[in-house]
Design a protein around this ligand. Structure first.
Ligand code: GLC
Length: 595
């Protein structure tokens, strides 16, 4: 789909009024995951830093980002992209200082953008002073900070997550001469949450970062905090109790800050991480099951996998929100699909074994979709229309490529491509000094895939992304509205309504948006069944054009081109009754939905 062309040159010097008070900001926000190391290098040491990121905030504001998510930037041996923390309250020297971080927060806030960080609290690096003390002094104050055992007999029902590198969740420590428990790498011992001193220490880590002004944090690897023999050691009741206590502390001491659960679990298990209205846990949780099904549906050219996953998604407490995503810093995980779906997806999306990692695919969005602009647009439009706040991954807005010749998940953590200059404008350092090489592949070379080139022409993917984010922002139904599936006559055509009725708690304008997607590579015509909306008019939210309305029998027939989509605002009156001139937005009472 093409947008009407806008101004040719972007204005990067917009001045946002600062953060408006909005307790539900995270339910409408567009998040952007940015790896400090990968974004912009100001001090020319070959790795990105806070000052570099600050210098690019105007770009992110221009793009329409509401909140940045920063994966761990703490002091770390960097054996797991910083998720192996050596000191929770110090930042990597190469990224700058705590003062630089605070400056980042202030400058983001001045532009109306928020900052959430990532707290990997389940484990630490084996270089953490707590672990060093624990292995050296079993009877000392840190002796019980980790999970030690003389044998590997306990917790045999817990799966190994990093199957590519780990054979067991137990590793023998030659210093303490005992085994320690770890759900991830053998250099990442799990903290012992059964020890109240550990829980207190983690509360203090959270307090420390809240005091630096962050707007919330992602609770990394949260299902694994507690272990219990005879279970799979995931989602256990004491883990939920800990999260309730954590939330109560955050609400009491830092009201308005949010917690986001990273729980790669089935829908009925993820939903528990929201807690209840009486005993809340996280404000948000990533929707892991829908992500792979978007990719599956695209190659299968059928709407059913998406319709079914949404039908199996339990409702969430008031004030909670899903986090949705297409890609992130990890492999595209296939844990939430069936074995046969997984086989099909590996065949479609990872034909070369180098593209695979653990139970997933280590590729970026554009290469996954073979750089098909139509499919990239379609899957983004799906992400932005489905329930949940979208989390974009840096570089995907310009269709960056990956480098499968790099190890593990580094394949898609390469430097951001800003321009066609040395190191893609990421750094002035000697190219050999970069923490990872810039992408120079035939199709995705930074010579042509870069921000500067894409800002220079308005039909670029970057401008397209900016425009669709702007349109989404203008329609609160996408963030706050209910999701209602719409029956269609064509198996490739997915349709649903986003319904924000009158009297919604947020006081936003009422609206109903009809979203229709053609998942087929061929044109498709479909009749939609909209019994509650018989006779209503329709208006395209992008160009504002009036569309033929829904007939008196509640049917609408639409023809969509290959991978085409529509977002149509449902009007309160019939299309015949309205002229095509500018109209005040109709008031929709939503009474047919029981409101
Ligand atoms: C989380 C992170 C991943 C990391 C793992 C272990 O799943 O997303 O990048 O490797 O935790 O720390």
């Amino acid at each position: 789909m093409a947008f009407p062309h806008t101004n040719s040159a972007p204005q990067f010097n917009l001045n946002a009024p600062g953060l408006a008070h909005d307790p539900h900001w995270y339910r409408k926000a567009v998040f952007y995951e940015v790896l400090v190391q990968s974004f912009a290098d100001a001090n020319e040491d070959g790795a990105g830093d806070f000052s570099g990121l600050i210098s690019r905030l105007d770009y992110l504001q221009w793009l329409g980002i509401d909140c940045l998510w920063l994966p761990p930037f703490f002091d770390s041996p960097q054996l797991d992209g910083g998720y192996d923390v050596r000191d929770f309250t110090a930042v990597m020297e190469t990224y700058g200082t705590i003062l630089d971080f605070k400056s980042l927060v202030t400058q983001a806030h001045e532009r109306g953008m928020r900052i959430i960080i990532d707290l990997p609290i389940n484990h630490t690096s084996d270089q953490h002073p707590w672990f060093k003390a624990s292995r050296e002094h079993p009877d000392g104050p840190f002796g019980d900070y980790y999970m030690w055992s003389d044998t590997t007999d306990l917790y045999q029902d817990a799966r190994v997550i990093f199957v590519d590198t780990e054979e067991s969740n137990w590793t023998f420590d030659p210093i303490r001469r005992q085994f320690f428990w770890h759900r991830f790498f053998g250099h990442q011992p799990d903290l012992n949450f059964a020890n109240p001193a550990v829980r207190d220490a983690i509360f203090n880590v959270v307090r420390f970062w809240m005091e630096q002004g962050i707007d919330g944090f992602r609770a990394d690897a949260i299902p694994y905090l507690f272990a219990e023999d005879g279970t799979n050691c995931e989602n256990l009741p004491p883990t939920h109790q800990f999260l309730q206590d954590l939330r109560a502390m955050v609400d009491a001491e830092f009201p308005g800050r949010v917690i986001i659960a990273e729980a790669n679990q089935m829908p009925h298990e993820v939903v528990d991480y929201f807690g209840t209205e009486e005993n809340p846990e996280c404000h948000m949780a990533f929707h892991f099951p829908i992500m792979p099904r978007l990719y599956y549906a695209l190659r299968d050219q059928k709407a059913a996998p998406i319709v079914e996953t949404m039908a199996n998604t339990p409702s969430i407490p008031r004030g909670a929100q899903w986090g949705t995503f297409l890609r992130n810093h990890d492999e595209l995980t296939l844990e939430m699909v069936t074995p046969s779906e997984r086989e099909a997806m590996l065949g479609w999306y990872a034909p070369d074994s180098r593209m695979r990692a653990n139970i997933g695919i280590r590729r970026r969005l554009a290469p996954l979709l073979d750089n098909s602009r139509a499919e990239i647009e379609l899957i983004n439009a799906l992400l932005l229309a489905l329930p949940g706040s979208p989390f974009l991954y840096y570089g995907d807005e310009i269709g960056m490529g990956d480098n499968i010749w790099l190890d593990d998940r580094d394949a898609s953590r390469t430097p951001m491509q800003w321009n066609p200059d040395r190191n893609a404008g990421f750094s002035n350092a000697d190219p050999g000094k970069l923490f990872l090489p810039v992408v120079q592949s035939l199709v995705y070379h930074y010579n042509h895939v870069n921000v500067e080139a894409q800002t220079a022409h308005t039909s670029s993917l970057l401008h397209w992304n900016k425009q669709i984010l702007k349109v989404r922002k203008a329609h609160p139904a996408f963030g706050l509205g209910r999701y209602d599936n719409v029956e269609t006559s064509h198996e490739s055509v997915l349709a649903f309504l986003r319904v924000l009725p009158v009297g919604n708690a947020e006081g936003e304008a009422p609206e109903i948006i009809l979203c229709v997607f053609n998942l087929s590579q061929h044109p498709s015509a479909a009749t939609l069944n909209l019994p509650g909306l018989a006779g209503r008019g329709l208006r395209d939210v992008f160009g504002g054009d009036i569309f033929p309305g829904i007939d008196d029998g509640g049917h609408l027939t639409l023809t969509l081109g290959s991978y085409d989509f529509f977002w149509l605002r449902v009007r309160s009156q019939s299309s015949n009754a309205l002229s095509t001139q500018t109209q005040a937005l109709p008031v929709i009472d939503g009474s047919e939905f029981g409101y």
